[in-house]
Design a protein around this ligand. Structure first.
Ligand code: SF4
Ligand code: SF4
Length: 338
């Protein structure tokens, strides 16, 4: 069902929905950005369109609404443990096509990877998605190269014309909420091309690329992990046991986001650590995003959102890294065919 709504009509629908759903969307946090006097765009709870930042890419993705950065798995004492109660309210998340694709990629890791992750599975049962039409993307986006620029798998889709909000309500459970408005016809806005068009090499052999000199360019990485934390498809975590001060036999086990760029990510008992050089960690991440994951799940892990490109304090360009790698892989293929 496609309908057109005035801003006032749409806002009163959001207000009504907020009784049943926590509504999450990109919001602006003034002066909390990466540089002085810059704003941070991240996910937050909203109740009206005016609170949503539609014009800028969110620094963090919608991932944190599904997998909290810091999540209590269970509380424990000497005798027993107890999982926290499930969140009662459902979630409605505004996101763009690339980020909805990232949910499918996380599903593969958390649900289709031998064992289903209970915490993720419980959270996902209660989430619905509003896809925000996206006409042009931003300079660092390469969603068209990764095939994530379009989607039909949303519950609700919204685009804008000059005065109205155009809404495609695919999920029938929302039909009653959107009973006002005028029936109309429109196509969702989806990016058709990006400034950055990347060729992603297929079937990269690790042995062909593991010792390439190009990885040494990335030893300038300071292992801050920021590129992982902003990535909508990074899913690694570590666990922490926190013992309460008033009774040290009581505490909680937490799952906390981890980063393959950060020191000690690969530390093992006995002290051995794989990938000590940060350039090698870059290789590991890039190969995971555009090669290894695809060999396992048949689709690239990277959605081309460009957030890692935007977030690196060392100005390490993931896009340029893929371009360099593609040249090297093609060179290798040419050498092998001679
Ligand atoms: S562009 Fe970077 S941040 Fe975005 S999905 Fe790919 S690796 Fe992750
Ligand atoms: S590549 Fe950049 S953002 Fe990522 S860990 Fe290294 S310095 Fe930090």
């Amino acid at each position: 069902m496609k309908k057109s709504f005035s801003k006032e009509q749409f806002n009163s629908i959001l207000l009504e929905l907020s009784k049943e759903y926590d509504i999450y969307a990109p919001v602006t946090l003034p002066f909390k950005g990466m540089f002085s006097d810059t704003d941070l765009i991240k996910y937050g709870k909203v109740n009206s369109l005016d609170e949503i930042n539609f014009s800028k890419k969110s620094f963090y993705s919608a991932k944190e609404t599904m997998i909290p950065m810091n999540q209590v798995l269970f509380h424990f004492n000497e005798k027993e443990f107890k999982e926290p109660a499930l969140k009662e309210k459902k979630s409605l998340v505004f996101l763009r096509s690339c980020d909805l694709h990232s949910v499918k990629k996380l599903d593969n890791i958390y649900l289709n990877n031998k064992f289903a992750d209970k915490y993720y599975s419980d959270a996902m049962k209660n989430i619905k998605y509003v896809v925000i039409g996206c006409k042009t993307g931003w300079d660092s986006c390469f969603c068209t190269s990764m095939g994530t620029n379009k989607t039909e798998e949303y519950n609700i889709g919204i685009s804008f014309d000059e005065d109205n909000i155009l809404v495609d309500i695919k999920d029938e459970t929302f039909h009653e909420n959107f009973s006002t408005g005028e029936i109309c016809d429109f196509n969702m806005d989806f990016v058709e091309t990006n400034k950055e068009i990347l060729e992603i090499p297929e079937n990269i052999k690790l042995t062909d690329v593991i010792d390439l000199p190009m990885w040494r360019d990335y030893d300038r990485c300071i292992a801050c992990g920021r590129c992982n934390f902003v990535c909508p498809t990074c899913s690694c975590s570590t666990t922490q046991d926190v013992f309460y001060k008033d009774n040290e036999n009581v505490g909680e086990r937490r799952r906390v986001w981890a980063s393959c760029h950060v020191d000690e990510f690969t530390s093992m008992a006995g002290g051995h650590e794989f990938r000590k050089k940060t350039g090698d960690r870059m290789r590991f991440k890039v190969m995971h995003k555009i090669s290894d994951y695809k060999k396992r799940f048949g689709t690239h892990m990277c959605t081309g959102c460009g957030r890692c490109e935007d977030a690196c304090p060392e100005y390490i360009s993931y896009i340029e890294c893929i371009k360099k790698l593609t040249v090297e892989v093609n060179k290798k293929k040419g050498d092998n065919n001679e």
